[in-house]
Structure formats: C-alpha cells, structure tokens
Design a binder for this molecule. Structure first.
Ligand code: ADP
Ligand code: MG
Length: 574
C-alpha cells in the first residue's frame, strides 16, 4: 500500500525535493539553537563580552530570517505538492470509473461513487505533504536532540529516553484505533451521499407520495451513523492527544528536577541545564509531530485504501489485446446461439439466432421484460454474452475496439439525458468536431431548429441537468439531432417515442424515418402503428424469438403478433 502511495510522488519529484530539503534545513537550525544559547550563557555571559553577544544576536537574527523563509517554502510548496497528488488521484479515479461497464453502474450507487471521487481523497493531499516529510524530520530531530543531550549529560539523556518506548506503544495503539474509526467514518459518509443522491434525484416521486418525512427518517439514520462514527474517531483522537501531551510534559518536569539536582551538585552548568531543558522540548516536538501524523495518517490512508479498492475493480468489458479498429461498417449484424444473463439468477436470452442485413429496418416487439432492450445493448457490447457470438460484417464485436464499435452505433432511447450546458453543446455531444453549420443542419433535420431560434438565447440557451425547460418531444428531437451529427451506420431506436402522446409521436416519427434512411436500423416499438413500414418484425417473448416476418405476414400468421395487434387495435377503439 505504501509503495503504491509513494508512486504518486514521481511526477512531482522536483517539488518534493525542494520542500524536503528546506524542511531538513529548518530542522537542523532548530537543533543548533539550544547549543547557541548554552554557549551564550556559559561562555559569553560569564566573560561579559557584550560586543560579541550583540554580534551573535545579529547572526541569530539572520538565521531566523532564513528559517522563516524556508518554513514558508515548506508550507507553500509542501501543500502544493499534496494538492497536486490529490488532484492526480481524483483524475485517475474519474478515468477509471468512466471505463467501467454497465454492470458496474447497475450495481453501484451514484452517491457512493461520488463520495469516492470527492470526500475519500480530501485528506490524502495533507498526508502526502506531511507524511514522509514530518516522519523523516521527526526521526532526525529526535535522534539529533538525543545525541546532543547524551554528549551534555548521559545520565539525564538516558532518563529522558526511558519515556520513548512508552510513547511508541501509546502511539501504535492509538494508530490502530484511529485507522478503524476513520475507515468507518468514510464508509458512513458515502451512505449519506448515496441517500441524498436518491432523495434529490427522486424528489418528484418523494413529493408526489408526500414521503418527505419517510425520507428524512432514512436520512437521519444514515446521518446519525455518520455522526456516531465521526464522534468516535474524534474521541480516539482526543484521547491520543491528551495522553501524549501528559507524557511529554511529565518528561519535561522530570528533566527539570533531575537536572536541577545535578546542577546543585556541580555536575551540570547553568548553560547546560538551560540547553538541556530546551533540548527536551526539541525532543518532544517530533513526538507532537508524530502524534499529529497519527491523526492524519489513518484519515488519509483510510481514503487511500478505498481509492485503491475502487481502482482495483477491473472494468469488465475491455478491448481484446488484438482488437481491431473498425470503420464504416455495413451493418450486417448476426447473432449466433447467443446466451445472456445479467446475473446468476435468471437467463435473459437463450439460444438467440438472428441475422440483420445492411440497410434493413428491423422492428422488435413483444411484452415488456422480454429482452428487446437487452438484445440491442449487446450489439454495442454494453454487456458481454455468456456464450455464442455476435458479429458485425463478420467480425465478432469482442474483437473490435470498444471506441470504434460504439462510434458505429447511434442510440435513441425513451429517456434523453441532457447535460448542463447550452442547447448547442448538447447537440454537439454527438460530434464535438461539428461545425456550426453541421449543428444547425442536424437541428433542422430533427425539426428542432425552428424551436431553438424562438428561444430567447437561441442555441446558447442553457438547459438544466434534466433539461427541465424542454418538453418530452423537444428532448427527443435533441437526441435525434445528436444522432444525426454522429451519423452512425447502425441505429438503435429503443422506444424512442413511447413516452410521447400519439400526436407528438407521429410528428417525431418523420424525423426518425429520415434518420433511419441508409442505415441499418433496429427499432423497438411499443405502438405497433409506428413499425408498419419496417422491413421485418421480430416478436420477442420470454421464451425468445417467437415469430418473425413482415408486418402483413405476421398478421396473417395469427400468432403472438396478431394477438398483440388485436389488443392494441381494440384499445384504440375505446
Ligand atoms: P424489454 O426491453 O423487452 O422490456 P429488457 O431487455 O429491458 O426487456 O429486460 C429483460 C430482462 O432482463 C427483464 O427480466 C429485466 O428485469 C432484466 N434486466 C434488464 N436490465 C437489467 C439489468 N441492468 N440488470 C439486471 N437485470 C436486468
Ligand atoms: Mg426495453
């Protein structure tokens, strides 16, 4: 774990070296100070050499100035180093999360992911800065101070040293307790985040069921557990701090008493006694530093451990080592004996055989939950199949790079996700290289241009996270415009118009028909009227593909399709 942690310093080597060297010089100056005082008292004061004392003081002043400057460097550059490392880690995790497959997002709460990327890394920057530096400085000043104390008076130095094992034991004990406490706290704050995510994104449901109090209670539960964990962590921390404080003050007291006794008996000069007490403080400082580190280390490491945990989750769907980059596929899609399940519990697709010819428009109909969406999400390889093969133009989709494969497929779904930003940005999401004319052209084809130009800011109009200012039909048009811009040879329309009223659906259907021209198109439709012109209709039921043929053939067949048709037709009559 530590080795992994240190690997993040590599890109910031220079910063680290400057910071570290400055810190070492500061520590050396601090170590030398009591010696100067001792010399001042024992030699200069006794001799009454005022001029020399003034000269020395001026020199000391210069040294202080240097030390102040170096401390500024340590504080500024050190924190900069820490922040840089934190930023790198955050970016790495974001990249990693984006590479994850659909199944990961099916099974992970958004709030938990957000917590990992933001909160969990809060303390790592501080640790990255203070960790190695303070640890090294602490050991250096400690051994340095002890060594000097030993040369002044071995007996007194050894008395001071007796306290060290006690402190080490205390420090280790507290470290373990705090590690656990902080890990628990991060776990709990992630739960709080996940709860907020749920309640906020589902706020319309919450309010329509007037379940605010119910949600509040659930939130209180998570928030309370977080509170408990955090209080516990701080309790352990307070205990650690006060016991270390007590021990160090106790040490000063002992040194003072024993030192005074030695001094009375002529075994220690006044200067030595003063510098000894000063050195006891120098000796204690690293212990304070280590105790501060003790607070920081578990916090930072708890976050780092969770960070590594998430990084270690390999994306399920990755490019094969010899994957080919495809370009301009014809759209000859073939399913051969495809088996697929989302989990161990239920086989969703079994032994599916299907062939789609380039340019064909093929419609999938059938009861909800039969697996129509699933069939379509296997083509862009959002999930990998259990057995069998899916090929496009004779190449297995698992042998193509994900990027090139998905560039060939456009998907318009029932739910349109709009990003925070302008209308233009949202259309350009289909192709960031698109020119202004391309964007307008796509909007025109999607019959959206006239709507946009009527908006107060036109293409620069801001749309909210969920596009609250656009109607369902307008959102669909935006999704269609995006896909026009992307211009893929293969098109999947998954109930693109099912959420719209019949009238809006009819209008949008024209844009969709235009979009489908010259592309291999897979249409999943709820209302059968919309697929009358499909080249072929495939009826998917829970038992797999039940029937296939043209609309008219299937009607004549008097099977599942004819029955579905009859139900819808009768509904429309009422
Ligand atoms: P359709 O599009 O025909 O309505 P789906 O392909 O969405 O059906 O779903 C087929 C089956 O797979 C259903 O039983 C559904 O519960 C299940 N399913 C769909 N998506 C997931 C998922 N992400 N994780 C687990 N099971 C899923
Ligand atoms: Mg579906």
């Amino acid at each position: 774990m530590l080795k992994q942690f240190f690997s993040y310093y590599k890109p910031h080597r220079r910063l680290f070296i400057i910071d570290f060297t400055s810190a070492v010089i500061v520590a050396i100056l601090e170590l030398a100070f009591p010696l100067a005082v001792q010399w001042l008292i024992d030699d200069l004061l006794v001799d009454g050499n005022w001029n020399l004392i003034v000269t020395i003081s001026i020199l000391l002043f210069a040294v202080y100035l240097l030390s102040t400057f170096l401390q500024y460097v340590v504080s500024y550059l050190g924190h900069k180093l820490g922040i840089n490392i934190e930023t790198d880690m955050r970016e790495e995790l974001f990249t990693h999360v984006q590479r994850q497959s659909f199944r990961f997002f099916d099974n992970t709460k958004t709030g938990h992911i957000m917590s990992r990327i933001t909160n969990d890394l809060f303390d790592i920057g501080e640790l990255a800065h203070h960790g190695p530096e303070d640890f090294f400085i602490a050991i250096m000043t400690f051994t340095g101070a002890f060594w000097i104390m030993f040369t002044i008076n071995p007996t007194l130095a050894l008395i001071a040293l007796v306290m060290v094992p006690l402190l080490v034991a205390l420090v280790t004990f507290c470290n373990i307790a705090m590690n656990k406490a902080w890990h628990q706290m991060y776990h709990n704050i992630a739960d709080v985040n996940a709860r907020v995510e749920d309640a906020v994104s589902g706020v319309r449901v919450v309010q329509s069921f007037t379940n605010e109090d119910f949600e509040l209670n659930r939130f209180k539960g998570d928030n309370g557990r977080f509170r408990k964990a955090k209080i516990k962590a701080y309790k352990v921390m307070a205990g650690t701090h006060s016991s270390i404080y007590m021990m160090t003050r106790f040490l000063t007291l002992i040194v003072l008493i024993v030192g005074a006794w030695l001094s009375i008996n002529g075994k220690l000069s006044y200067g030595e006694l003063v510098s000894f007490v000063l050195y006891t403080n120098v000796l204690i400082k690293p212990i304070d530093k280590i105790s501060a580190l003790l607070e920081l280390y578990p916090k930072g490491m708890a976050g780092f451990r969770r960070f590594r945990e998430m990084l270690s989750k390999e994306p399920e769907i990755k490019d094969a080592p010899n994957a080919v980059s495809v370009d301009k596929l014809d759209g000859n899609i073939k399913f051969e004996k495809v088996d697929f399940s989302y989990d161990d519990q239920q086989q969703v697709l079994e032994d599916i055989d299907l062939q789609i010819t380039p340019g064909e428009t093929i419609a999938f109909v059938g009861p909800s939950g039969a697996g129509k969406t699933t069939i379509c999400s296997l083509i862009p390889r959002f999930y990998d199949i259990n057995s069998g093969a899916i090929t496009i133009d004779g190449i297995d989709v698992r042998q193509m790079t994900k990027k090139s494969l998905r560039a060939q497929i456009g998907i318009v779904q029932q739910d349109v996700f709009l990003f925070t930003g302008t209308v233009r940005e949202n259309i350009a999401y289909g192709n960031h290289q698109a020119s202004e004319e391309d964007i307008i052209d796509a909007a025109q084809k999607a019959h959206l241009h006239d709507v946009i130009t009527k908006l107060p800011d036109g293409y620069d109009t801001q749309i909210g996270e969920r596009g609250l200012k656009l109607s369902g039909g307008q959102k669909q048009r935006l999704a269609i415009a995006r896909t026009f811009l992307k211009n893929p040879p293969i098109l999947i329309l998954d109930e693109a118009t099912s959420a719209l009223d019949t009238e809006t659906e009819r209008i949008i259907q024209q844009s969709l028909d235009q979009l489908a021209e010259n592309r291999t198109t897979l249409v999943i439709a709820h209302r059968l009227a919309t697929i009358r012109d499909a080249d072929r209709v495939v009826v998917v039921t829970n038992d797999g593909i039940a029937e296939e043929g043209s609309y008219q053939e299937l009607l004549a067949n008097n099977g599942v399709f004819a029955r579905l048709h009859k139900i819808q037709y009768e509904q429309n009559q009422n």
